[in-house]
Design a protein around this ligand. Sequence first.
Ligand code: PRP
Length: 231
Amino acid sequence: MTAVFPSLQQQSDAQTKLVLALPKGRILETCDKVLEKAGIRPEPDLFNESSRKLRFVTNHSELDVVRVRSFDVATFVAFGGAQIGICGSDVLMEFDYPEIYAPLDLDIAKCRISVAEPVATAGMDDPSTWSRVRVATKYPNITKRHYATRGIHADVVHLNGAMEIAPSLGLTRQIVDLVDTGRTLKANGLVETEVIHLISSRLIVNRTALKTRPEEIGNWIARFREALTTP
Ligand code: PRP
């Protein structure tokens, strides 16, 4: 007879396996070397972004990988759905989850989070005289904090992407977003006016999982630490 529901063995495997959450997109593209150096070989479909699969086995029977949106890596790890993850420091700063411990800077996917505005308005007036400004971003907390330190109230327009077109469509004066090569800003007539934070990707772990499964998780932290010194 064909079992409809997962067998007890499958359910138990799903609970005991460690889950490593990895972000889709640009971080994933740079993850393969550090994973290889840490001795993790996920099934190849992980790196095929057209695959609709979300969970992947690895060469370690006790470790699976899930591929999720970059902002969601922190959420899956904070809520314990994944015990470890690789996550941009931008996301960690934005959410500031107390449940997440970030023991290692993996020194990959380096970029910056910056303020930008149209070339046409940049430098037209002095921002230190502003009391408020409208800003498009997917980082409302980082943005509000940044402007608050300058005594400016940021009216945030929260977008999930394509914020580079917000100024030209009249939504906002400025944007706060990730800048890597600067090509997206340039292509949309914007110029970077201030760097808020330098960003890189971190290994993150769920604090409760670290307490309850210290050997397994400690072992993976050690492997990633060693990977950082492996040429
Ligand atoms: C990021 C960011 C910018 C772009 C910057 O978006 O939001 O749009 O990269 O990169 P560049 O300076 O090299 O042009 P991403 O491509 O990660 O997609 P997203 O909008 O889905 O976050």
